[in-house]
Design a binder for this molecule. Structure first.
Ligand code: UD1
Length: 354
């Protein structure tokens, strides 16, 4: 059975690595790896393949950056041609990026069974491009792998219960696997001798493309009582320069880091401040409290018992959320660390009739 995996952006390399590892050691399964080229800088793409020991992609469609319509359109065109050539039995897509929606749409129109990993996530904020990608991908895909029971419930509400399967979260599997490999060698050099710091990331358009929100966030960072280490996405780098955003001396901007370096930073930080969905969960898995710089979260399980709080881009709330925090017990909402095994087992045995 031939399975075409479609990836394109940083978080998908991590998720796919975990499933591919299981898939490639399962008898009777053969994977074709397609990289759309959405992320192309070495520190946004290549480094992940090397470090996570993902085989080189069989194809790189070199789509690159661009407005949503153009980027997604180019992907659709190139993925369709490739699927016609490769004729896979299944197409596997991950998460909520433009590569996800392009992959699932191209496949399903060619009547190729399509499975979506990390299905059923909703922020209910229709201004987020990822929200539109998730809704479209879930509704066209044949099998929906839900990371949590909340996701299962949301899929049911949208009439998709018969296609939904609870597997747990592949990112939980991933942290369990890769955290054992992290050593002092993964400490980013740019950290110098810094020991006590908050770890922050910002890349969501709702923050980066709104100069006031971006300024508020960085003003709050500058007021915090210790260093703030920010591995910065290229999009935010550019906008900070353009917007003349003032940075306090405690704010330490570093280049984007690899996955193992990120796990190192998580392990040693005192708290996480982020607008990333993935990092909210990774903080949780690593036992660190999180401050979410958005107005909502898809990962509501992380809010339980004080592990995560939502503060938007409100300067005072951001500062307050770093002070006097305590967290309680964690839930087992993200599965048992065997999501990838379950996904591969289901794909192997499921027959799709249209
Ligand atoms: C994408 C995903 C987002 C995901 C994020 C992970 C969509 C709609 N968004 O956002 O859900 O959380 O990836 O990182 O698919 N750029 C570079 N080098 C690169 C890649 C991007 O410089 O290798 C810069 C370019 O200026 C580009 C901008 O980042 O225009 C945006 O890149 P794009 O891939 O469109 O979206 P992301 O913000 O990375």
């Amino acid at each position: 059975m031939k399975i075409a995996t479609i990836v394109g952006a940083r978080p998908q390399f991590i998720k796919a690595a975990t499933v591919s590892r299981v898939l490639r050691k399962t008898d009777g399964l053969h994977e074709v790896l397609i990289h759309t080229g959405q992320h192309y800088d070495a520190n946004m793409s290549e480094i992940f393949f090397k470090e996570l020991q993902i085989p080189e992609p069989d194809y790189n469609l070199e789509v690159g950056s661009g407005p949503h319509g153009k980027q997604t359109g180019l992907m659709l065109d190139r993925i369709e041609q490739l699927l016609l050539k490769e004729q896979p039995d299944w197409v596997l897509t991950y998460g909520d990026t433009n590569s996800t929606v392009a992959g699932s749409l191209a496949a399903t129109k060619l009547h190729i069974p399509t499975a979506h990993v990390e299905a059923g996530l909703r922020s209910f904020n229709r201004r987020m491009p990822e929200e539109i990608n998730r809704i479209a991908t879930d509704h066209v895909s044949d099998l929906l792998f839900a990371p949590t029971q909340t996701a299962m419930e949301l899929l049911k509400r949208e009439g998709l219960a018969d296609r939904a399967r609870f597997t747990g979260d592949v990112m939980f599997d991933s942290i369990l696997h890769y955290k054992q490999m992290v050593t002092e060698a993964h400490r980013p050099q740019s950290l110098g001798d810094l020991q006590d710091y908050y770890l922050a990331t910002i890349h969501r358009p709702e923050n980066t493309d709104d100069p006031q929100r971006l300024k508020n966030i960085f003003m709050a960072f500058s007021e915090l009582n210790k260093a703030v280490v920010i591995p910065l996405h290229p999009r935010t780098q550019k906008l900070i320069k353009k917007g003349g955003v003032p940075l306090g001396e405690n704010v330490k901007i570093v280049e984007p880091v690899s996955y193992l370096q990120m796990i190192y930073l998580l392990k040693h930080c005192s708290m996480v401040l982020t607008d990333s969905g993935g990092l909210q969960k990774e903080a949780y898995f690593m036992g660190k409290m999180c401050v979410t710089l958005r107005d909502e979260t898809e990962w509501i399980e992380t809010l339980e018992n004080g592990w995560n709080v939502i503060v938007g881009a409100d300067r005072e709330k951001i500062v307050q959320a770093t002070q006097g925090r305590k967290a309680g017990r964690q839930t087992e909402a993200f599965g048992d660390g065997r999501a990838a095994e379950k996904i591969v087992e289901i794909i192997k045995n499921e027959e799709i009739h249209r």
